[in-house]
Design a protein around this ligand. Structure first.
Ligand code: MLT
Length: 245
């Protein structure tokens, strides 16, 4: 297995595709997706475009439909949910499809949607995703961070390193053998720096500071920093649709 990390969807190479892709948006899209699917949502359907989301949601049975929309960290007006992992409770989401669009996370998913295997990961489920990758053993894996509007993000890089660390532990190989680019090795070093206090890194990150400025996100930070709290593996089962697998 050869694993690369790309900080943003813009950094993903054109003209080829890995055997498996893993999209990360720790704050907070892929943390929220993991919690929604853990809590029994039928699926999360991701949209980069809000008009496409509205059209698909309108065509779905309304009693089974939840619209989740976030821009700039805030819930979009007229949507049922924003992007908090705490809001996707079993009571609210079980059996329902979540039609979701976020500032960056859903754009990353769009970029690698043609990969034969597509997973999402966050700190909350990084070992579960690493285990699945080791079971499937794809030759090439691209981990794709979501960043912020095209720029690097600390928290996604941290989680890429956490995933790499779990792959190392489960696969009993060496970083030198599986790291296919320097970004992956650097992300692993970041994880070594913060693995005893990942929440500190999330709060230091520029998007973490944005959420702090918006206020009332302490529980979101604690939830998104809870490493391996879930065993769910969100996987794309049809274009743009993620299910618990
Ligand atoms: C994103 O997609 O950029 C994020 O998940 C933003 C957030 O809601 O924190």
């Amino acid at each position: 297995m050869r694993v690369s990390y790309f900080h943003t969807p813009e950094r993903v190479p054109h003209g080829s595709m890995a055997d498996a892709a893993v999209v990360i948006d720790v704050l907070r899209a892929t943390s929220t997706m993991a919690w929604a699917l853990h809590n029994g949502a039928e699926a999360v359907q991701a949209f980069a475009d809000l008009d496409a989301l509205s059209a698909a949601a309108a065509a779905w049975p309304q009693e089974l439909c939840i619209r989740a929309g976030e821009r700039g960290g805030a819930k979009l007006e007229g949507f049922d949910l924003g992007n908090s992992p705490l809001a996707v409770t079993a009571e609210f989401v079980a059996g329902k499809r979540i039609f979701m669009s976020t500032t960056n996370g859903t754009r990353s998913l769009d970029r690698v949607s043609t990969a034969a295997m597509l997973f999402t990961a966050a700190l909350v489920n990084r070992s579960a995703v690493a285990k699945r990758l080791c079971q499937q053993n794809p030759e090439t894996v691209w981990i794709v961070g979501s960043g912020w509007e095209g720029d690097y993000s600390l928290e996604d890089s941290l989680a890429a390193g956490a995933l790499a660390d779990a792959l190392l532990q489960i696969g009993a190989t060496s970083l030198k053998k599986f790291a296919a680019n320097d970004e992956l090795s650097a992300s692993h070093a970041l994880w070594s720096q913060w693995k005893t206090n990942p929440e500190q890194a999330l709060r230091l990150a520029s998007h973490g500071q944005r959420l702090e400025r918006l206020g009332d996100h302490d529980a979101d930070f604690a939830c998104c920093a809870a490493v391996d709290s879930l065993v769910v593996v969100p996987q794309q089962t049809e274009m743009g649709v993620l299910r618990a697998t």
